[in-house]
Ligand binder design. Structure first.
Ligand code: SF4
Length: 368
């Protein structure tokens, strides 16, 4: 069955709706820094930062990142640690690692020439269909759609698509619809408009149909089912992973551990933890090259990731005579005040605050 048959919409109607989107966006779109440029690198950075993250949260990170790494070459030459440091607090650190790897691919494999079609962009590690469509349409005006979760929601509602949008075949059909909607010569406004509408008007839960520029065309609204679309896979409850986190210190120094270069929170620094399913290379404090004076419960914290929850029990391990030269290369024994120079994930925030604020240098009563 063709797209038109499935959605009972003619090609002209697709274009009418696409043009309505463009008109609305050209009159109402927000001015955002990444909308003021046609530099594919700058657009790529913004698209990666905006995944799963609100515009307001991205703005400061984007300008600091672009200042530090104004070109794809500058990003490729940086260390992952420098990149992570600028990403600190933005979350989903895998994005930073993939952006970094993608920049190295463009410089080393593509000879520094930024790929200029969606098809070529897909060859870059970490660039999927959505990002390729966004960069190709925004930087080069290629008439391709850019369909992310927000756009899926908007189009499933407008065309009353009641099938599960997580199914690849349904997603492909929506991408096909998005392609048909692009008015010739207006792809930039069109793709921006779909994203803007998804962020501000056709929001998850209860959409703001009363102020929607395409309300008159919307099937879900007409049927009174806007809030129940799109249909998606049921979300699994995040799994709880209990963890023990060690704040190893002699009062002046603390012990940090760098996570492996692959996997969760790759390459980031953390307070070392007892081995568990998320950190097989954990730490047994009894194996440290120093004397342990005492171990004491310090602070508890919880961090919710997309698929898991870390329930963390922080233990202060007071030591003396740390023979730091004997530590494995993934460990650092650093002066406490240098903690701010290391890229720590948000999951470590409570422990970093404890180190910073808890009257840490002086032994507490009865600790000798
Ligand atoms: S009318 Fe409502 S449901 Fe339809 S696109 Fe607009 S905001 Fe979304």
């Amino acid at each position: 069955m063709s797209t038109q048959e499935k959605t009972a919409v003619t090609p002209e109607a697709f274009l009418t709706i696409g043009s309505a989107f463009c008109d609305w966006f050209e009159a109402n779109g927000r001015e955002l820094p990444w909308r003021q440029t046609r530099d594919p690198y700058a657009i790529w950075v913004s698209e990666v930062m905006l995944q799963q993250t609100r515009v307001e949260a991205v703005l400061g990170y984007y300008s600091r990142f672009m200042e530090a790494f104004p070109t794809v070459e500058a990003l490729a030459e940086a260390s992952l640690e420098q990149v992570n440091h600028l990403w600190q607090g933005l979350g989903y650190y895998r994005r930073a690692a993939l952006l970094h790897r993608g920049a190295q691919y463009i410089c080393q494999v593509c000879g520094g020439r930024f790929p200029d079609t969606a098809r070529e962009l897909r060859q870059v590690p970490g660039i999927g269909a959505y990002t390729a469509g966004a960069v190709a349409s925004f930087a080069y005006g290629e008439e391709v759609p850019a369909v992310d979760g927000n756009v899926l929601r908007v189009l499933a509602r407008i065309y009353g698509i009641e099938e599960n949008v997580d199914l690849p075949a349904v997603r492909r059909r929506i991408e096909e619809i998005a392609q048909h909607m692009i008015p010739p010569g207006r792809v930039w406004s069109h793709n921006q408009a779909l994203m803007e509408l998804g962020a501000l008007v056709c929001i998850p839960g209860t959409p703001r149909c009363a102020v929607c520029p395409v309300a008159e065309y919307c099937t879900a609204r007409a049927r009174g089912e806007a809030s129940s679309l799109p249909v998606k896979n049921e979300k699994k409850k995040p799994r709880v992973v209990p963890r023990t986190v060690y704040i190893v210190t002699d009062g002046k120094h603390i012990l940090l551990h760098r996570r492996p270069a692959e996997g969760m929170l790759a390459g980031l620094w953390e307070f070392p933890g007892w081995p568990d399913e998320d950190s097989p290379r954990g730490l047994d404090p009894d194996t440290l090259p120093c004397d342990i004076l005492f171990q004491r419960e310090a602070v508890q914290a919880q961090h919710v990731f997309t698929h898991r929850v870390w329930e963390m029990r922080g233990v202060r391990v007071q030591v003396e005579g740390m023979n730091w030269q004997e530590l494995d290369e993934d460990y650092r024994w650093i002066p406490r005040e240098e903690l701010k120079n290391f890229a720590l994930p948000s999951a470590m925030r409570a422990f970093a605050a404890y180190v910073r604020d808890a009257g840490f240098g002086a032994p507490e009563q009865g600790e000798e």
